[in-house]
Design a protein around this ligand. Sequence first.
Ligand SMILES: Nc1ncnc2c1ncn2[C@@H]1O[C@H](COP(=O)(O)OP(=O)(O)OP(=O)(O)O)[C@@H](O)[C@H]1O
Ligand SMILES: [Mg+2]
Length: 330
Amino acid sequence: MTLLSVRDLTVQFQTDEGVVTAVDGVSFDLAAGEILGLVGESGSGKSVTAKSLMQLNGGNAIYGGPGKITLSPRGQDPVDVLGLRRERHMGVIRGGAISMIFQEPMASFAPALTVGQQMVEQLRIHTDLSRRAARDLSVEMLTRVGISDAVKRFDQYVFEFSGGMRQRAMIAMALSTKPALLIADEPTTALDVTIQAQVIDLMKNLVAEFGMGILFITHDLGVIAQTADRVAVMYLGKLVETGAVRDVLRHPAHPYTRGLLAALPQLDDLTAPLIPIPGDIPGPLDRPAGCVFHTRCAQAVKGICGMTVPSVTQVTATHHASCFALEVPA
Ligand SMILES: Nc1ncnc2c1ncn2[C@@H]1O[C@H](COP(=O)(O)OP(=O)(O)OP(=O)(O)O)[C@@H](O)[C@H]1O
Ligand SMILES: [Mg+2]
């Protein structure tokens, strides 16, 4: 059952230097009970895509043309997210049908309230739990994300938490309302590997238990391999490859995906050279014409890749990539 459908999403920002295109014609689906990984280098548009799902990109964001985001939470009518014009209507979705774990945990907590007060408040808004039950569930969730002495921590302020603990508290708060869709933006980057494994396990359990769908953003392909069912690879605002994790990581079709994999350290062969992708990611104000990756691509064909945008090509029924090398000449 499709939980989220994103079609031709384009997001631009009006800035002093000009109009920045952060997301360019992105389409993907996410089913209930599925974890979709979104990967790409810094600045590729992952967070902007995620924030679009909750209209959190700020006042200077322009959502382009035919772009459409449809959310179909279990048993409810589909919601046209970009069509929700009133803050009040979007507020019902945020924290209820959709929860988001932000890259910056401080953004999720108010400094003047205790962590517990905020968790209970959120549960009281989005569920019909009593104050007592909301407190118990909050303490349970803090424990489940690996916060020891959760009863004491419940009454503390966020500035009393370490960075990793803030991250975990935010994850606990986001998961406590059991949203239909969880957007997790680099949820485990600040955590050490054992806690990271614990948090990933918790998310997987909740997917199995409640059929929650997760959009999991990271630039760590190792985490994607452990966590996601499908993966979407993003570069300069474009999705260049999508497919089942196994297919994409074992048989990457796009030169960018191959580049990302070649740049990963191999734990089983520490002498293997790391091969970085040549060149720098261009600034959003000078996005290349044609295929956005052609300026860094060893396989770029003169006169084609710099001129024309490649279309989405089917590699297998469940694996797609946008690259001229894959297109069969007509
Ligand atoms: N409010 C804004 N105003 C102007 N430009 C913005 C705004 N928000 C994002 N951008 C630009 O959009 C592009 C995509 O940003 P985004 O935060 O989505 O990248 P990201 O893939 O999440 O990167 P990272 O891995 O570093 O988190 C960047 O070039 C960024 O500078
Ligand atoms: Mg980001």
